[in-house]
Structures are given as C-alpha cells and as structure tokens.
Design a protein around this ligand. Structure first.
Ligand SMILES: CC(C)(COP(=O)(O)OP(=O)(O)OC[C@H]1O[C@@H](n2cnc3c(N)ncnc32)[C@H](O)[C@@H]1OP(=O)(O)O)[C@@H](O)C(=O)NCCC(=O)NCCS
Length: 178
C-alpha cells in the first residue's frame, strides 16, 4: 500500500519520522539485521539480500491489504513496522509487527516509540479503530513496547500473547515531542 503521510517527532531530543518504506529505501543495515535475527521474527526469509528485500517491499507496495513503514532516526533507517488488514483469525482487524534492526538501538525505548508512531499513522492515514498484535510469551521487550502505548492482552495460548489497542487508548510516550 502506498501512502504519503508522515509522522514527525522528537524522541529524547533526536529528530525522527515514520512513513511508508519504498523498495529503494531498503538498506544494507535492514538486510543485515534480518539475517542476524534468530529468535522472534516469524516471517523472515532464511537469507535476505538487498534485491530480495526490495522485491518483498515492492510486493507490499502493490498489495492493498498490507503496508510497511520505516522509522528514521537522525536520517538513518533503524526499524520497520509492518501492518496488514486481517488478524491471524482472518478477521478484519489491522495487525502490526515491529523490528529494530540493530541491537544497539534496542532497550532504549525505540520499540514503544515505533509501536506508537505506527498506530498513530494507521489511525490518521487509514482511520483504523483498533489494532492487534501477537508475540511469543518470552518476548518481553515486544510485549512491553505494545503495553506501554495502550495495548491490552486479550487472549493467550501456550506460546503467544495476543494484544489489542482501541485507537482512543493510544498513549504517546513521555519522551516523545510531536
Ligand atoms: C521487539 C523490539 C522492537 C522492542 O524494542 P526495544 O527498543 O527493545 O523496546 P523498548 O526499549 O521500547 O521497551 C519497551 C518496554 O518493554 C519493557 N521491557 C523491555 N525489555 C524488557 C524485559 N526484558 N523485561 C520486562 N520488560 C521489558 C520496558 O519496560 C519498556 O518500557 P519502558 O521503556 O517504558 O520501561 C526489539 O527488541 C526487536 O526488534 N526485537 C527483534 C524483533 C522482534 O522481536 N519483533 C517483535 C516480534 S512480535
């Protein structure tokens, strides 16, 4: 899905923005991050290349049910958030997934900022009323990123927690100035 909107803000005094990622926006850092990630990314290829990831992003651009956004900090693409129209059960509820490429950017609050910015974007650009997400139970930083901005746990099974945000409950993180 191609959308032209952008969410601009400062986080801990750093300039940041989120908007739709184009195939030309795919970077080596993104691809290297995918190839390093072993634990929690469920839909990633065994080995990504610049060309295969550009093709993946091009496919999303042409799909009216999916969107992928990039998060830029100081002009550098540091993370992506992917959204799709249907949840895991096939219901018409937008769901999102998040990924910060480099471990050095993790654990500083960027995860919750990424979730906030993506949800803000989906609410503003697509007018969504709720958003869902799922993560492995042991993925505490992912779960924390969603809980901190207003998501609530709605169900669980042996492996996963399932969370939902009502758009009116979206909370802007304290350190974000928009
Ligand atoms: C998931 C991911 C985006 C989280 O990003 P992050 O920058 O590490 O997360 P944050 O620093 O914003 O942490 C968010 C909250 O989780 C909580 N948290 C983080 N690690 C935690 C831990 N080990 N135990 C308990 N809570 C934790 C923190 O309290 C934090 O909130 P706070 O800053 O208000 O205290 C990042 O770790 C990542 O890209 N991981 C690999 C891919 C992945 O797992 N994607 C999600 C798939 S479902």
């Amino acid at each position: 899905m191609k959308l032209s909107g952008q969410i601009e803000f400062k986080f801990k005094n750093m300039e940041a923005y989120l908007h739709v990622l184009s195939p030309q926006g795919v970077t080596r850092e993104y691809v290297d991050g995918l190839n390093r990630e072993r634990l929690f990314l469920e839909t990633k290829p065994d080995t990504a290349s610049l060309a295969s990831q550009m093709e993946y992003v091009r496919g999303i651009e042409e799909d009216s049910a999916r969107v992928i956004c990039g998060l830029w900090c100081g002009g550098e693409l540091i993370a992506t958030a992917g959204g799709q129209r249907l949840n895991a059960a096939g219901a018409e509820v937008p769901t999102i997934g998040i990924f910060i490429f480099n471990e050095t950017f993790r654990g500083q609050g960027w995860g919750k900022v990424l979730v906030w910015a993506m949800c803000h974007f989906l609410v503003n650009e697509l007018g969504v009323a709720s958003v869902q997400a799922a993560m492995k139970k042991e993925n505490l930083s992912s779960k924390g990123s969603f809980l901190r901005v207003g998501f609530e746990v709605i169900s669980q099974d042996a492996l996963y927690h399932y969370l939902e945000l009502k758009a009116k409950n979206l909370v802007q993180p304290d350190e974000v100035v928009s």
